[in-house]
Design a protein around this ligand. Structure first.
Ligand code: SF4
Length: 472
């Protein structure tokens, strides 16, 4: 067991299972109250746990449709119609933990284990750049080899890889909780978001899936993980739950409780929330009791959208292409695309086959980045590789200054158009290039501010003439 752990200054276990159950059971659903709560969200105010519980209980077809409609409108008002794209890059899948739902758990000997060395990492990044990616999230198991120094070195290496117009402009991290000193090392390497999923906020289920003798068996060390990161001056945090381990309504209230706790303690909520659903994985037997249906998954996303109006919502390629297409409208702001989870998979022949012994879990959407971009454009979304907020210091509290009042639309849409144009010039198939520029011209004409419209037009011409990396 880990010794001498130093927690955050006001560390408490802010998840009270009985209180969450009681809030869910006590929530009364009358249409007037539901509409008042929706109005609060549309005013871009975060919802309380109790208000979110009312929306979770409001499952009549009529009220569900009102919740869906509000989520669609709120997403457009706060983030415009852009969808930010990224790719996950697994660096190492050795792990000392033994999480029951994971193909990388230490007791599963048949999993193919690997840690990318420098040459292999560069090859992966060049392959990702050749596909057109600009934003990555690095994934590490928890292992003594994956020290903060090793992860920081990997981040620096990735920022140094330039191929043609290819470069990675933002690197996020999904890894184990660190101590204050560890987060400082990551901060100094120039990371974007640090992501830690509690997996399940339900204490009893957490103990069931995470053996007590493993590092990850320490519920409070993990729950306190991002509080320590804030205290170490990291800016952007990502929280999440693995839906399917326990009742999805409880997990949604766990996420909202966590979000409000960070807001209260550090004056800034999570930058992103993820809501992965359990997927088939090598050597994993899934207990179907708490699996989330597609209908409830749509409700889950729409309710999160209303509960945290200014927090990014990440939907991954765990979901099938069909579900992603349907759920995108309910408030999702970021997705991965052209995803490969096999370590070293991006430089291998791209096809639809997955090697489960090399993956943490199977994915539902194996389409290429170009195919996903083509569909987003067809559906009226602007695919974006924007990293300007991060690079201009609009992060953490400063990001929220922009997000809360809803001004971000003035930055998101112009930057989405510019980064999309780069992709169309350097990486797109001919058909995607054509439909992409039709979308850009249509969106350009919709920009209300003539001065902004002129600046965007000028920069689009510069990009077509070969300049790159122009942003607001
Ligand atoms: S979920 Fe993460 S910590 Fe748990 S076994 Fe898998 S890789 Fe390790």
């Amino acid at each position: 067991m880990q010794k001498d752990l130093v927690f955050s200054r006001n560390c408490i276990d802010f998840i009270d299972d009985a209180a969450i159950h009681q809030t869910l059971n006590a929530a009364k659903v009358d249409p007037g109250r539901v509409r008042a709560i929706i109005a609060k969200s549309m005013n871009k105010e975060a919802l309380s746990v109790e208000e979110t519980a009312v929306l979770l209980k409001a499952d009549s077809p009529e009220l569900t449709e009102e919740i869906f409609d509000a989520a669609r409108r709120l997403k457009r008002e706060v983030y415009g119609n852009r969808i930010v794209l990224f790719a996950p890059l697994y660096i190492g899948n050795y792990c000392i933990n033994d999480c029951k739902y994971c193909a990388f758990r230490r007791s599963l000997r048949s999993t193919v284990r690997k840690t990318l060395n420098e040459t292999e990492t560069v090859a992966q990044v060049e392959a990702l750049e050749d596909h057109g990616h600009k934003r990555l999230i690095l994934v590490f198991g928890e292992h003594p080899d994956y020290t903060p120094e090793f992860m920081a070195e990997t981040v620096r290496l990735i920022y140094s890889v330039k191929k043609g117009h290819g470069e990675i402009r933002r690197v996020n991290i999904n890894a184990a909780p660190l101590d204050h000193a560890g987060y400082k090392v990551m901060k100094n390497a120039g990371i974007g978001t640090y992501q830690i999923f509690q997996e399940t906020y339900h204490h009893e289920s957490y103990t069931k899936f995470h053996p007590a003798h493993t590092h990850k068996g320490n519920y409070l060390w993990r729950l306190d993980g991002l509080s320590r990161a804030f205290e170490a001056d990291c800016d952007d945090m990502g929280i999440g739950a693995l839906f399917g381990l326990y009742d999805w309504r409880f997990e949604v209230l766990g996420l909202i409780t966590h979000s409000l706790h960070l807001q209260q303690e550090y004056n800034v909520g999570p930058h992103t929330i993820s809501f992965p659903r359990l997927r088939p994985a090598h050597g994993v037997n899934i207990d179907p009791r708490y699996l989330v249906s597609d209908h409830d998954f749509k409700r889950l996303v729409a309710i999160l959208r209303l509960a945290v109006p200014y927090t990014g919502l990440i939907m991954t390629a765990r979901e099938t292409a069909a579900i992603r297409r349907e759920v995108m409208q309910f408030g999702v702001s970021q997705i991965d695309a052209g995803t490969r989870l096999e370590l070293g998979g991006y430089s291998e022949k791209q096809n639809e086959n997955q090697e489960l012994k090399r993956e943490q879990f199977s994915i539902g959407d194996v389409r290429s980045l170009d195919a996903v971009i083509g569909e987003l454009v067809k559906d009226g979304f602007i695919p974006s590789f924007c990293t300007s907020c991060y690079r201009l210091g609009r992060t953490g509290e400063h990001f929220m200054e922009y997000a809360i009042p809803g001004f971000i639309n003035r930055f998101c849409t112009p930057n989405a158009l510019l980064t999309l144009s780069e992709y169309l010039e350097d990486y797109a198939s001919e058909s995607v290039k054509q439909s992409g520029y039709q979308l850009i011209n249509a969106e350009l004409s919709k920009i209300p501010d003539e001065k902004v419209k002129k600046l965007v037009s000028e920069r689009l011409v510069k990009i077509q003439n070969g300049e790159r990396d122009l942003y607001f």
